[in-house]
Design a protein. Structure first.
Length: 143
């Protein structure tokens, strides 16, 4: 290849405009904490937020990345401490995975709508007073 042709190719490729790239977004979505996720999901049922705080301290996973399990009953899973032994099969038939935060809170809502807070009564000493304070605060804000 003659030198003039190779030089012209080099210069032409150097000055050819590059395809325009889409502008980067000016914001990035922020990650939600487990507490924020639960609080948003159960905004209409504050008792469930108090239950999650008491049952798991808003933890879906432990420090090693494994599912957070109950200290007393190792079958209790995730942020809502849904018992896998009693509820695992039903969760599967509903298409829910108790090992994911989405499936865990969705099944907890299913239980709450079906049975109220009964599945979490063993931790009631912790969350009942919190729920009572939330209810009283809500009553004070009513006209």
């Amino acid at each position: 290849m003659p030198i003039s042709l190779s030089l012209s190719l080099i210069f032409s490729s150097a000055f050819v405009s590059q395809p325009m790239q889409a502008p980067l977004p000016t914001y990035l979505p922020q990650a939600q904490t487990v507490e924020e996720y639960v609080t948003e999901y159960f905004a209409d049922a504050p008792v469930m937020i108090a239950i999650a705080q008491c049952e798991s301290h808003f933890r879906q996973f432990d420090k090693s990345g494994s599912i957070h399990r109950g200290k007393i009953n190792r079958s209790d899973l995730g942020v809502m401490q849904v018992n896998e032994y009693y509820h695992g099969e039903k969760a599967k038939t509903l298409g829910l995975d108790l090992y994911t935060i989405e499936g865990n809170v969705q099944y907890a809502r299913y239980l709450y709508e079906k049975e109220g807070t009964t599945p979490w009564l063993s931790s009631g000493k912790c969350w009942k007073p919190k729920n009572d304070r939330v209810a009283m605060a809500a009553d004070k804000n009513r006209p």
